[in-house]
Design a protein around this ligand. Structure first.
Ligand code: R5P
Length: 294
């Protein structure tokens, strides 16, 4: 099946790498705002009977959602054979349960809307905590790839004594896999969150690893408070200068500057940022090639 790549992200470097690794045609889309702020969009390429890969980086989901859904519906009306949405960061996965009566379980609602507008979804390490797979909430063909191998390859290239630290129980899935692949020891802490900016983590047991460089690994860095609290614990233990690795560096407000004062900070190019140092294009391209041949 012929395929076409449409980029609506603000991550042109990753889009360019993906498109060239997939060796497919780039499509054209015209977008503008009417004076009242409503959106006008027009797909200028012929998508009839083609698989369309729509690359849209949803790390700031709310302002983009309607236009994205509308593109999905337009592609269907134009006769696209398959609409595959690629968003390296999949938002709204953390509200996966109603903690208080009346709360929106936004993960389910977000999934329902995307599933109406797209046939497939490719994302990186979605925050699967109480859900075990995307299929529990998405009815489209959802595929998740992992940054683990890219992170492990990066760590193997460093000639240092290192110990991986996962700041909370949810991080164990990523941290243990990276530790196995990079042949490094690891430790998982316990986290308590009493507010958006109020986080504390348990004391690590690092007596046997005092000279090891701590490598903090987590899927999402948002307010940065999880990592800051972990760094505080490590400094109480007198550990060497830490390296923080985040798959998705969202860095809300002053999170990045606060962290960069205390540690080296590295992220994948899931979300475009100065800290990007681990490339996800190969892992995404390989999954997309699979989906195109299905
Ligand atoms: C949640 O459990 C995630 O894995 C991250 O630990 C969390 O999203 C980090 O958030 P923040 O940077 O706001 O502490």
């Amino acid at each position: 099946m012929d395929a076409i790549f449409l980029d609506v992200s603000d991550n042109p470097l990753l889009a360019e790498k993906l498109c060239s690794q997939l060796s497919i045609e780039t499509g054209k889309l015209e977008t503008r705002r009417f004076p009242d702020g409503e959106i006008y969009q027009r797909i200028l390429s012929d998508v009839t009977d083609k698989a369309v890969i729509l690359f849209a980086d949803l790390y700031q989901p709310d302002p983009q959602l309607f236009s994205l859904l509308s593109i999905g519906h337009t592609l269907q009306e134009m006769g696209a054979a398959k609409r595959i949405l690629v968003t390296p960061y999949l938002p709204y996965m953390r509200q996966d349960i109603q903690f208080n009566p009346g709360e929106s379980v936004t993960s389910r609602h977000f999934a329902r809307h995307l599933s109406l507008a797209f046939d497939g979804l490719v994302t990186v390490d979605p925050h699967l905590h109480r859900y075990h797979s995307l299929d529990e909430i998405y009815t489209l063909n959802g595929r998740s790839v992992s940054a683990q191998s890219a992170i492990a390859a990066f760590l193997r290239s460093r000639n240092e004594k290192m110990i991986l630290i996962g700041p909370d129980e949810e991080s164990e899935q990523w941290v243990s896999a990276v530790a196995r692949a990079a042949d490094l020891p690891y430790q998982i802490l316990l986290k308590e969150r009493s507010g958006d900016l109020d986080v504390s983590v348990s004391k690590p047991e690092l007596d046997a690893f005092k000279s090891y460089r701590p490598i903090l690994v987590d899927d999402i860095i948002s307010s940065g408070r999880t990592m800051l609290s972990t760094l505080e614990r490590l400094s109480q233990e007198g550990m060497p200068h830490a390296l923080i690795i985040g798959v998705h560096g969202l860095f809300a407000a002053d999170a990045y500057s606060l962290l960069a004062e205390k540690a080296e900070v590295l992220t994948t190019n899931s979300v475009p940022h100065a800290s990007n140092g681990i490339d996800l294009s190969a892992v995404l391209a390989s999954e997309l090639s699979d989906m195109l041949t299905d």
